[in-house]
Design a protein around this ligand. Structure first.
Ligand code: CMC
Length: 431
C-alpha cells in the first residue's frame, strides 16, 4: 500500500475548525481508501450505516468492480472459473491464493473427500428438531454445534487446527445440508460416498435411499458443481462480514460459520433465491407481471422484485449471466419446460426497460436465476439458501483464516447516539 494524505476539516462546537490529515491507501484494484482510524483519538467517529462507504478490512481474496460487473477470485475472472474450473479447485484457490498443480489438487480433493462423514452422535442431535423445521434453522444449530464434536480443531492460534477446521467445514457442509433435508421428509440419512465427487455425493445424500443404488446424472452433478462455484465467495458481503466480526472475538470457526449461515438466511441476502421462486409462483402468469412491477415501484408497498438489485453491482451481476446461461443449458438438456423461466425472462425484459429500474441501476442478481436452475435440478425450495450456504462456506472460511492468520483487532463499531442525555432515575410511585 502506498500512502497519500487526505485533509479533513471538522467544524467544532466552539465554531473553530479541526484539520486532520488522514492517510490514503491504494489497493491493487478499486478505489483508494481513506484511513479514518485515528479520528477517534481526535474525538470523532465516521457515520456510515449499512457500511456503504466503509472498507472494513484489507483482503487479497476477491475483487468486485460493481460498475463494470467484474468478479475476480485471486485475480481469476468468475466466468473463466465457471467454465474451466470446478468447485473444489476454486476452493483451493480461495484458500491458498493460487491454483493447485495436479498433485496438490488430488491431495486437496482426497482430504475433503475423507472428511465428509459427520460424527455419529450428530445423527441423534437432529432428533431434537421438529420435522417441519426449516433446513436453514437446522443448519444454524448443527453447524454451530460442530465445535462440541470437534474440539481438536478449535485452537485458532494453531494454523494446523485452522486448516483441519477448514477441511471439516467444506467437507461436512453438504452432508449436514442433505441430512437437514432428509430429516424434514422423514427419510433415512444417507452416508456419504467417497467414490463420488463433491457435487455428485451431495446429490446422492439428498436424493438417494438405502434400498437402491443412487443414479446421479452427470448433467445435474455438473450444474450443481457450477452453482456451488458461483456462490463460493463475494468479498465483504453481510454473511462474510458477520463471520469476520464473530471471528474477531476469537470465537471458534464452527461458531463463526454458524453466525454466517444466520446472516445469509435473510431475504435481502441468500434467502433471496427461495424468495424469487415464491415470487414467480405468486405471479403465476406473464399477464400479471405489470401488476408486480408496479407494486415493486410503489413507495408505499414494501414489496421488492426479489432477485433484483445489489449493493455493489450497478451494471450487471456477472454470476447472474453465467447462471442464466447455465439455466438455459440445464433446462434444454433435461428437456424441462418451466413456466417460471418464461415469467422470469419476461420480468427481466420488462424491468430492464423500465425507467425506475434503469435509474436505480437494478439488475438481476445471482439469485434471480439460481432459483430456477435449482428447481429444475429437483431441489426443493426450502433447500435453496442451504445450497448457497454450502457453496459460500469456503469463502467464509477463507476470509476468517485470512483475518486470524494476519493482524486483527476485535470488531467494535461505535454509534451516533441520539437518545436521552443523562437524567435522574424516577421511582415507580412518581412516574
Ligand atoms: N425492487 C424494487 N426496488 C428496489 C429493489 C428491488 N429489488 N432493490 C432496491 N430497490 C430500490 C429501493 O427501494 C431504493 O429506492 P429509493 O432510493 O427510492 O429509496 C433503491 O432501489 C436502493 O435500494 P437500497 O435498498 O437502498 O439498496 P441496498 O444496496 O441497500 O440493497 C439489496 C441491496 C440487494 C438488499 C436490494 O436491492 C434488495 O432488497 N433486492 C431484493 C433482494 C435480493 O434479490 N437480494 C439478493 C442480493 S444478491 C445475492 C446476495 O448477495 O446474497
Amino acid at each position: 500500500m502506498t500512502s497519500k494524505t487526505a485533509k479533513l476539516s471538522i467544524p467544532q462546537r466552539d465554531n473553530t475548525t479541526m484539520d486532520i490529515d488522514l492517510p490514503v491507501y491504494e489497493g491493487s484494484e478499486g478505489p483508494d481508501v481513506v484511513d479514518v482510524a485515528k479520528l477517534t483519538a481526535q474525538g470523532h467517529f465516521t457515520f456510515d450505516p449499512g457500511f456503504t462507504s466503509t472498507a472494513s478490512c484489507e483482503s487479497k481474496i476477491t475483487y468486485i468492480d460493481g460498475e463494470k460487473g467484474i468478479l475476480l477470485h485471486r485475480g481469476y475472472p468468475i466466468e473463466q472459473l465457471a467454465e474451466q474450473s470446478d468447485y473444489l479447485e476454486t476452493c483451493y484457490l480461495l484458500l491458498n491464493g493460487e491454483l493447485p498443480n495436479a498433485d496438490q489438487k488430488r491431495e486437496f480433493v482426497d482430504m475433503v473427500t475423507n472428511h465428509t462423514m459427520v460424527h455419529e452422535q450428530i445423527r441423534t442431535f437432529f432428533n431434537g428438531f421438529r420435522r417441519d423445521a426449516h433446513p436453514m434453522a437446522i443448519m444454524c444449530g448443527v453447524v454451530g454445534a460442530l465445535s462440541a464434536f470437534y474440539h481438536d480443531s478449535t485452537d485458532i492460534s494453531d494454523p494446523y487446527h485452522r486448516e483441519v477446521a477448514a477441511f471439516r467445514l467444506i467437507a461436512k457442509m453438504p452432508t449436514i445440508a442433505a441430512m437437514s433435508y432428509k430429516f424434514s421428509i422423514g427419510q433415512p440419512f444417507m452416508y456419504p460416498r467417497n467414490d463420488l465427487d463433491y457435487s455428485a455425493n451431495f446429490l446422492h445424500m439428498m436424493f438417494g435411499n438405502p434400498c437402491e443404488p443412487s443414479v446421479i446424472s452427470p448433467t445435474i452433478a455438473r450444474a450443481m458443481d457450477r452453482i456451488f462455484l458461483l456462490h463460493a465467495d463475494h468479498e465483504q458481503n453481510a454473511s462474510t462480514s458477520t463471520v469476520r466480526l464473530a471471528g474477531s472475538s476469537q470465537a471458534n470457526p464452527f461458531a463463526c460459520i454458524a453466525a454466517g449461515i444466520a446472516a445469509l438466511w435473510g431475504p435481502s441476502h441468500g434467502g433471496a433465491n427461495e424468495a424469487v421462486v415464491k415470487m414467480l409462483d405468486e405471479i403465476g402468469d406473464v399477464s400479471r407481471i405489470d401488476e408486480f412491477v408496479a407494486k415493486a415501484k410503489d413507495k408505499n408497498d414494501p414489496f421488492r422484485l426479489m432477485g433484483f438489485g445489489h449493493r455493489v453491482y450497478k451494471n450487471f451481476d456477472p454470476r447472474a449471466k453465467v447462471m442464466k446461461q447455465a439455466a438455459d443449458e440445464v433446462l434444454a438438456e433435461l428437456g424441462i419446460q418451466d413456466e417460471n423461466l418464461e415469467i422470469a425472462k419476461r420480468l427481466e425484459e420488462i424491468a430492464l426497460n423500465d425507467p425506475y429500474f434503469i435509474e436505480k441501476k437494478l439488475y438481476p442478481n445471482v439469485d434471480f436465476y439460481s432459483g430456477i436452475i435449482l428447481k429444475a435440478l429437483g431441489i426443493p425450495t426450502s433447500m435453496f439458501t442451504v445450497i448457497f450456504a454450502v457453496g459460500r462456506t469456503v469463502g467464509w472460511v477463507a476470509h476468517w483464516n485470512e483475518m486470524i492468520g494476519g493482524s486483527y483487532r476485535i470488531g467494535r463499531p461505535r454509534q451516533l447516539y441520539t437518545g436521552y442525555s443523562a437524567r435522574d432515575f424516577v421511582s415507580v410511585e412518581d412516574r
